[in-house]
Design a protein. Sequence first.
Length: 68
Amino acid sequence: MNTMLQVARMRAPRDLTARALNKVGITLHNPHTSSFICEECGRIWSAGLKRGGRFFRGWWRCPNGCNT
Ligand SMILES: [Zn+2]
């Protein structure tokens, strides 16, 4: 998957490896739906894919703001 992210600030993961995701405190929950789990509060959310296979801006951020 080629998902070069446009998020310039913060520490957006460069890819979806467990190591990269762990740096921002999240874990991939379901690769098929692109949902993630926040390791801080356990919240699960879907990043959703835009056309072209790109994630939404800030997709890796917990909706509860744990890792912002
Ligand atoms: Zn959280």
